[in-house]
Design a protein around this ligand. Structure first.
Ligand SMILES: Cc1ncc(CO)c(N)n1
Length: 226
């Protein structure tokens, strides 16, 4: 039996992550029929989500006890700001949205709740809380990307193909694998009680991921528009 923490985690998150593949937003990307306005809503919210998410990697680097971990977080930070967010900037330009406009997006309710939760958990705990907070993000998008890549025509779709390609790419797979490796290293020898706490963070962020797809699907905003 494997004793990798990520294998133990997989059993908990697999049913949640499989439900993403049934979600109309994700299905719409994979089958190529997603409404572009819904995608634009996701794009803008995800861009500001990724800004907050990048802060987590910076925080992980600051909290790390050794140079190896510090460097790993710094690379993840750079990969997000430079590689993943470039995808968003590319799509934004197709919609005629400038980088400044994209960056100035006001965080919606789910985006605020999700990023606040991750930042709070990460500030309160050590480096292990930081990795637990980001794990479902990187790993589940890579999971979705690689699953959708198997769907007929998904990779070649003229609009959404680029999205599927990026999230299933070797570069993005490396980001997810590096996060998995980090948590497996950090959790080695930790007591069950602590592992259970970290597992809860990954389950909760997995549920937030579902809510994020819902947010995009319903083009959700705050209940009162000021
Ligand atoms: C909401 C969300 N979770 C995870 C990722 C992957 O980094 C993303 N871009 N957006």
């Amino acid at each position: 039996m494997s004793n990798l923490f990520t294998d133990q985690l997989w059993k908990r998150v697999e049913p949640i992550w499989n439900s993403y593949l049934e979600h109309p937003f994700v299905k719409g990307i994979g089958e190529g029929w997603l409404d572009h306005d819904k995608f634009k809503h996701w794009l803008k919210q995800d861009y500001v989500y990724l800004i907050e998410y990048s802060r987590l990697f910076a925080l992980g680097s600051a909290k790390a006890d050794d140079l190896k971990t510090m460097t790993a977080f710094a690379k993840l930070l750079y990969g997000t700001l430079d590689m993943e967010m470039e995808l968003h900037r590319e799509y934004a330009s197709k919609f005629g949205i400038s980088n400044d406009e994209l960056e100035a997006t006001r965080l919606g309710s789910t985006t605020t709740a999700y990023t606040s939760y991750m930042l709070n958990v990460s500030q309160r705990g050590g480096v292990e809380n930081v990795v637990a907070s980001v794990l479902a993000c990187a790993w589940s998008y890579n999971f979705i990307g690689k699953e959708l890549a198997k769907w007929p025509g998904a990779l070649d779709h003229e609009f959404f193909g680029r999205w599927v390609k990026m999230y299933s790419s070797d570069e993005f797979t490396k980001i997810a694998e590096d996060c998995k490796h980090l948590i497996n290293e950090i959790t080695k020898g930790k007591p069950e009680r602590e592992l259970a706490m970290l597992e809860d963070i990954v389950v909760k962020t997995s549920l937030f991921e579902y809510m994020f797809w819902d947010m995009a699907e319903s083009k959700e905003d705050w209940p009162i528009n000021l």
